[in-house]
Design a protein around this ligand. Sequence first.
Ligand SMILES: [Zn+2]
Length: 385
Amino acid sequence: MSMKFGTLALGLLCLSNEAHAYSYISAWGHPLVKADGHHTFEVNRTMHPEYANMAFDAGLAFNMNSSNAYVDVVMDDDFTTAVRNGESEIRFTRPTNFVMLCGPNAGACAINEYNANPSDPNTSNLLIQMISSDLIFPGAEMEGELVGRYNRTTDLRQLWGYNGAFRPSTNTFLHEMGHAFALGHEARLYSVMGRDWTHTTANGFTTQPSIGSDSARGLNLLYGAFNEGTMEDLEVSHWKYAGMASGAYSVHSRTDAFPVINAGTGLLGPGGGLDPAYNAVNDVPRGMQIVYETTVENNGAREHEVEVQWVMSPTQYIDDTDTVVGTTRIRIRPGNPLTVTSPPIPVPAEAGVTRFVGARVDPGNWIFENNNSNNDTWLYALRSY
Ligand SMILES: [Zn+2]
């Protein structure tokens, strides 16, 4: 999660005239970009192949972004790995070496190399650009050994955000790849450049990480929009922005729910009576009405007006067979995750039957997207009494 690049002090510049909050790694106010918008990440070939698979997964996920920034992930063509050697390398290394490279508090890090020392005043007239970026994770570099907390699984029951044992590797890779393209940490918005493992969408038991709208906006401004801004993607999530940690990272919580009629009972969501856990069924009195939240992201390059549909589903899997119980129209800009509140929705009328409340964005598929599989999510499981 941390960044390290020689003697350069971290510079975070946020343009105040733009309606976004992404920040970037900079020197004298200029982002330290990778000039060609491209990294070839070379995976250390002495590692367990599953580590390479984590890197390949992440490369595919990163390249879904709507900007011209893209990556290739390949096996290293040699057996040596070193930081600032002109090659962008991916390593899962032993804890002692990891701490030496990334520091004691990091979960992973990107070590960026520039064509000059950005903090040296004698080089201040040069155009300083990124040369390479090494992505370092704790693990093991010996073939046959697969250790550590990172895992490729997209089964949310196994993942940190849902009280599982593993940190989802693609989320953290997306965060570190963001650093490799000069994105800094995000503290003010729901973003993978905050706490990466809770920036995701989920349907059924499957999570699907993405670079997200805040980071996509940053990449679009630094590297230009891919194919004249035609790579659109809307995303819906049961996570939202919940403040900042350590002054640098956004933290996220599950979206909330509030009662409508008996307003005196206050919050029903994570801080109140309703349990948002994937396996929790919430018992609620018949006749009660609840409003729900969901976070919508526009990961593309153009503003859209779209419909958010609220549904009741017999299963945790939300799709177009579910019963529509409300709609909300929103305008959503790139780079601005919106946490949207539903109209009042009655709890299931029939007692003793479990129903899942879900949210869908652009259910009519009016917008042509490069990924339509992140448009539906469940929010809460309810059972009336
Ligand atoms: Zn970081």
